[in-house]
Structures are given as C-alpha cells and as structure tokens.
Design a protein around this ligand. Structure first.
Ligand code: NDP
Length: 246
C-alpha cells in the first residue's frame, strides 16, 4: 500500500525511534503529525521534513494527559481533515531493582508507557471507526518477551502494550477494518537509557553497550513495512533484535 498523503500521528517524535519514523514516513509521502513535549526539537524536525518537500504539523502534548491527546486529534483534523495512522511510540525506561522502591518512576512508566497508549487509542478511534479504516502501531519491546535486570516494571508495561495490541486487533480489525501492529525491538541506540537514574543499573549497562545496537532507522523501516501492507494483511508483531543481543 502506498502511504502517500496518509495522515499519521507519531508520539515521541522529538528523538530516537519517533524522529526516525517521522523522517521515513514523510520521505514516503505521508502527512506527519509530530508530537512530544519538547517543542523546539519538534520544530527542528518539522523544518527538516518541509525542507525535503515533506509535510509536518507540530502539536506539543504530554501523552499522560488525555486532554493533550484530544488537542492533537483536533488540530490534526483541522489541518489535514482525517487520521489514517497512529504510532504510539512515546516511552521511558528508568530501570531499577524493586528493592530500591523507586515508586515515582514505576508510576511514570505506567503513566507514559501504558496510559499514554490508551489515551492515544481513545483519541483517534472515533475518527477511524467512522471511516472503517486506519492503522494503530504500538511500540512495545523485546522486554515484553524477556525480563532483564532492573526491568520488572518496564517489562510489565511493555508486555501490557503487546497484549493490549492483540486485544485491539481482535476487536477492531474484523469489525472496523482498523489494523493493529505491535513492534518489539531489542536494544536501539537512542536517548532512552538517559532516563535511567539508578547507578547500579547504569554500571551494568556499560557492559551491554559494547554490543552493536539497532539504529532507530531500523525500527522506522519495520514501521513503514507494517504500514505499507495492503488492508487485507495485518502485521501483528514485529520482533526485531540486534544480531549480537541474546
Ligand atoms: P527516546 O528517549 O529517544 O524517545 C522517547 C520519546 O518519548 C521522546 O521523544 C520523548 O519526548 C517522548 N516522551 C517521553 N515522555 C513523554 C510524555 N510524557 N509525553 C509525550 N512524549 C513523551 O527513546 P526511544 O526512541 O528509544 O523510545 C521510543 C519507544 O521505543 C519507547 O516506547 C521505548 O520504550 C521503545 N523501545 C526502545 C528501545 C530502545 O532500546 N531504545 C527498545 C524497545 C522499545 P519528550 O521528552 O520531548 O516529551
């Protein structure tokens, strides 16, 4: 399927996977809606896209706030008239062991990684259901499959996203023609690890960082592949690992 002129909202577009995805989809002709909290970064990205002949709308939003997401949808409809895709990508990963009781960080992960996804879905669905088409792509993680040190809460949030995606697919795809995909990457070279505040975990990750990580562009490619299928074909999961990661 050609994604030219498809209107696609990308959360967490201010860095990493979201930014690479916005660039990829805009290059392929999509009308991109860039959202995150850091406006300056979004504006720079939008300028880059427009300078290359692409289309981009910037709407700042905090995905933990339902009203913010409703604003994103309202401004998208106002500017582009419809919504064809939502990439629920915003996330954070402040890993720590449970016995450290970093409960504020547990809650943040639940708020952004799970509730943020729910807010996005609730905001775009009325438009997609009305037109009986659309595609929701949720960025889960290999953490939905494999626990890693300090990741009890993070892995749980990503497992929730994976299972929520499957439930969504079963309810929406046959009844409303809305496709749903869960993307599950292993380690990707982005700013995600900067969200780790725990010194023990930072130390442990130094060893892991000797490995060659995936690049954000690799995930953007997987997202483009899932979006580009004919409506009859739903890519349920993409589980993509760095070659060197166990
Ligand atoms: P980055 O840290 O580079 O990007 C995270 C993005 O999320 C930023 O754009 C940030 O924007 C946004 N974000 C964070 N909190 C909020 C919020 N409250 N409201 C709106 N936006 C928010 O990391 P990645 O690109 O790696 O992460 C993208 C997704 O990929 C995440 O869901 C992550 O869990 C997942 N993932 C990443 C892997 C990796 O190894 N990097 C592996 C597997 C999955 P801003 O701060 O401007 O709001």
């Amino acid at each position: 399927m050609d994604i030219t002129n498809k209107v696609i909202i990308i959360t967490g577009a201010s860095s990493g996977i979201g930014e690479a995805t916005a660039l990829k989809l805009a290059e392929k002709g999509a009308k991109t809606v860039l959202t995150a909290r850091r406006e300056e970064r979004l504006n720079e990205l939008a300028e880059n896209i427009r300078n290359n002949g692409g289309k981009a709308l910037v709407v700042t939003a905090d995905v933990t706030k339902k009203d913010d997401f409703e604003k994103v949808v309202a401004q998208t409809l106002n500017e582009f008239g419809t919504i064809d895709g939502l990439i629920n990508n915003a996330g954070l990963m402040p890993l720590s062991y449970i016995n450290k009781f970093k409960t504020d960080e547990w809650e943040k992960m639940v708020d952004v990684n799970i509730k943020g996804v729910l807010h996005g879905v609730a905001a775009v669905l009325p438009t997609m259901m009305e037109k009986n088409s659309g595609h929701i792509i949720n960025i889960s993680s290999s953490a939905a499959h494999n626990y890693f040190p300090g990741g009890a809460v993070y892995c749980a949030t990503k497992a929730a996203v994976k299972m929520f995606s499957e439930g969504l697919r079963q309810e929406l795809a046959p009844n409303y023609g809305i496709n749903v995909t869960s993307i599950e990457p292993g380690a990707v070279s982005t700013e995600l690890m900067d969200t780790i505040t725990d010194d023990d975990i930072k130390e442990q990750f130094k060893e892991m960082q000797k490995m060659t990580f995936l690049e954000a562009e690799d995930i953007a490619e997987a997202i483009y592949y899932a979006l580009g299928q004919p409506a009859r074909a739903n890519i349920n999961d993409v589980f993509i690992m760095p070659t060197e990661q166990q």
